[in-house]
Design a protein around this ligand. Structure first.
Ligand code: RUB
Length: 275
């Protein structure tokens, strides 16, 4: 398999996962092949990924020169949002997270480097167990992690001061699309007055949503949930769900800490080409 095909297959199988890693891998693939058919293939792999679409739009005219600029954007943004997010973490806090978000991990890593003492509760994230990746990364940094099954999230959230999650897409109405389960956990967090932050690079904004287009929700293979489900059982494997802006305390991005609708205005002001 050529490098381009290898990247495509790793994105599709979720070996490369998380919106930002997908976008970064997408730019690298674009620097290998940038004909129309290859771009179409690249964009079809994970439908709920505006960061990939925005990055490709940014770099497609001149992948060799613009690709590295896009990669630099993600690197610099990650550092900034880690700084802003780490400010929110204080000694003695318990932090809840779901799935695997490189943005959330970057914030927790920064807080740990600052010497803060806190603990993390994280979900296993059925069906693909991205939570194990989160738990492994955090524990290797010396952060105390308690790993729970998804359905134990309420018990865990009750003892947490904040819920940090990533974002796959953000709509013009300030809805954040993230791993299935995220809105359910945000509703529980609200009940316990737990702060809810979406931690994200601002290129996850989907400019098409301003024209009324709905952000698509990826439906993955049923076999990921139940490899040999009996005939007659319908298995619905939604990868993501939309979180209402009212449930989100703020979006933490490289642009700062903003309520979701203000975040959208900021992205449109700072990146007028995302349209
Ligand atoms: C991953 C997921 C992550 C976001 C943000 O889903 O929902 O929270 O993509 O990640 P999947 P990041 O495993 O299906 O890709 O902060 O790394 O962009």
């Amino acid at each position: 398999m050529g490098n381009f095909e290898r990247i495509c297959s790793d994105i599709k199988s979720v070996k490369i996962q998380g919106a930002e890693n997908v976008a970064i891998a997408g730019i690298k693939a674009l620097m290998i092949k940038s004909d129309a058919a290859s771009i179409k293939k690249l964009l079809s792999l994970r439908p709920t990924e505006p960061a990939l679409r925005n990055a490709v739009r940014f770099a497609r005219k001149d992948p060799k020169n613009l690709g590295p600029i896009a990669l630099k954007h993600f690197e610099v943004s990650k550092k900034k949002l880690a700084d802003y997010g780490a400010e929110k973490i204080e000694d003695g806090m318990n932090v809840f997270t779901h799935c695997h978000s490189s943005s959330v991990v970057a914030i927790l890593k920064k807080a740990k480097e600052q010497g803060k003492k806190f603990e993390v509760y994280n979900t296993e994230t059925r069906p693909l167990f991205q939570g194990r990746k989160t738990a492994k990364e955090l524990s290797s940094m010396g952060i105390r992690v308690t790993h729970v099954v998804d359905s134990a999230a309420r018990i865990a959230l009750k003892d947490c001061d904040m819920f940090l999650f990533g974002a796959d897409a953000i709509t013009s109405e300030g809805k954040v699309v993230n791993k299935i389960g995220t809105e359910m956990f945000a509703e529980v967090a609200e009940k316990y007055d737990t702060d809810v932050y979406s931690c994200t690079d601002s290129w996850k904004y989907d400019p098409q949503t301003v024209f009324g287009k709905k952000e698509p929700i990826e439906i993955r293979d049923a076999g990921e949930v139940w490899p040999a489900a009996p005939k007659g059982v319908r298995v619905l494997n939604l990868a993501f769900e939309r979180v209402k802006p009212e449930l989100i305390t703020a979006v933490i991005s490289e642009l700062g800490v903003h309520p979701p609708t203000v975040f959208v205005q900021e992205v449109r002001r700072v990146y007028p080409w995302i349209e």
